[in-house]
Write a protein that binds this ligand. Structure first.
Ligand code: SF4
Length: 64
């Protein structure tokens, strides 16, 4: 069973999210340096970098 969608589709979804008024930009610092993207959707509450990668997920506003 496939769970992950193609990378180009993930990027297209995230581009729509970044332009959306419900997008909540956020990142979490990692102990060893760098950051983990933890942006979320104010509409559904999901972490978008996870949700955008999964088959069967839908934008609650119908944008993807
Ligand atoms: S999932 Fe939909 S409503 Fe939520 S931030 Fe992305 S485009 Fe906006």
């Amino acid at each position: 069973m496939k769970l992950l969608i193609p990378p180009e589709t993930v990027q297209a979804r995230l581009a729509l999210c970044r332009a959306c008024p419900h997008f909540q930009a956020q990142s979490t610092p990692l102990p060893g340096g760098g950051t983990l993207p933890t942006a979320s959707c104010a509409r559904c509450g999901c972490f978008l970098h996870v949700k955008a990668r999964l088959f069967g997920q839908r934008c609650p506003e119908g944008k993807w």
